[in-house]
Design a protein. Structure first.
Length: 380
């Protein structure tokens, strides 16, 4: 059995409105459906499908979405309570809840803190109102700033925010204005994502209609590099391709995804990985509720990874971390000499300045992070 504690992921698929760029598994908020869904989550956490893992140590709980801040604090408390009953959850577990700025107020934040949430991750995306409107977000920059301040006042000492770059019409200096505004708010952690415009996203039509375009690729690269430099100068450490944190504030839950960790996924569409088995739950909200009610398995996809897949996955995800991959650990755990197995391909990237091979570790350089998919393709 893996000695590392589990992570527990809970998917909350409800949103007050659907953003024009969104590609997540979510649906419009419906109060009655939400009540049934919370009951289903509780049933799933306690249910027979998880029985083999009940009692195992866990040290992170993560409410992701969707918009988990649409849950009422007592619902959050019941879900955390069920996790604590079913698993051996550490007293100092990291318990994160993703929140949208418009869906919280001081009273709700205080109640979430009392319910046991100790880390908030705000979906801010931009500190420029015109950009937030183009993304059809419901909040404005003022509301985002206020939500962060309210979180501090409610006693949260671990707050993260998400920003998105390469937005329609966004110039490099406009992006950096959002980065500066974020730094001014003083979060403990930030995640920076590149906007991806999916072929069937309503944003694509909005862009065509309004004649909005995205800056050239070179500008996107400049946005990324300049933001990382600015954040480092402000005291944040980049620890993953898209994530920076003040020392000691890296996301313990998300680190499990990149360090060969194990986690269970509860809720519709949630993924899990434990004991070399990868699971994915049914995507539909009603289907998930129905399966739990009828005592049917919620996982629609259960796959034992081959040793080769598992290794590829560990290398692929490990390379996302700035500290890279510990080659001795890979040799000890998987009996594979990475340099021998992938040497020729890797040497090509080392020569091109995209990879660093030093002190027994293999890591992407910042230039390599811009071309990460190309480099990582070696392992899959
Ligand atoms: S709030 Fe997040 S999950 Fe919900 S629609 Fe917008 S981007 Fe998607």
């Amino acid at each position: 059995m893996n000695p590392e504690p589990l992570g527990l992921y809970l998917h909350i698929p409800f949103c007050s409105a659907i953003c024009n760029y969104c590609n997540f598994n979510r649906g419009l908020f419906d109060a009655g459906q939400k009540v049934r869904y919370v009951d289903a989550l509780l049933g799933d956490i306690r249910g027979p499908e998880r029985a083999g893992l009940h009692g195992r140590a866990a040290d992170t709980i993560y409410f992701g979405g969707g918009t988990p801040s649409l849950l009422e604090p007592p619902e959050v408390a019941r879900i955390i309570g069920a996790c604590r009953e079913a698993f051996d959850v550490a007293p100092d577990a990291e318990i994160t809840l993703e929140a949208n700025p418009e869906s919280v107020d001081p009273a709700k934040l205080a109640a979430l803190r009392t319910a046991g949430v100790n880390r908030l991750s705000f979906g801010v995306q931009s500190f420029r109102d015109v950009e937030l409107q183009r993304l059809s977000r419901l909040h404005n920059a003022g509301r985002a700033r206020a939500a962060l301040a309210e979180a501090r006042a409610a006693g949260f000492d671990n707050v993260s925010l998400d920003l998105m770059m390469w937005l329609p019409e966004q110039r490099v200096d406009e992006w950096l204005a959002s980065v500066d505004a974020a730094i001014e708010c003083g979060p403990d952690h930030l995640s920076l994502y590149l906007l991806e415009v999916y072929p069937n996203a309503p944003l694509k039509d909005d862009m065509a209609r309004a004649k909005w375009s995205q800056a050239p690729d070179d500008d996107a690269a400049a946005m990324y590099v300049a933001a990382m430099e600015r954040l480092e100068a402000a005291g944040y450490e980049q620890y993953e391709i898209s994530n920076v944190a003040r020392p000691g504030h890296a996301s313990r839950h998300n680190l499990k995804y990149w360090t060969d960790g194990e986690w269970l996924g509860f809720g519709c569409g949630a993924h899990g990985t434990a004991g070399g088995v990868r699971t994915k739950n049914v995507s539909g909200i009603d289907e998930y509720i129905d399966r739990v009610a009828r005592g049917l398995p919620v996982a629609s996809d259960v796959r034992r990874m081959t040793a080769e897949e598992h290794l590829g996955d560990v290398l692929f995800t490990g390379l996302r971390l700035t500290r890279g991959i510990d080659l001795a650990m890979i040799r000890a755990r998987y009996g594979v000499d990475v340099s021998e197995k992938y040497g020729v391909d890797l040497a090509r990237f080392v020569d091109a300045g995209l990879l660093r091979h030093e002190a027994g570790r293999l890591a992407l350089t910042r230039a390599g992070m811009l071309l990460a998919n190309e480099v990582m393709a070696v392992f899959v």
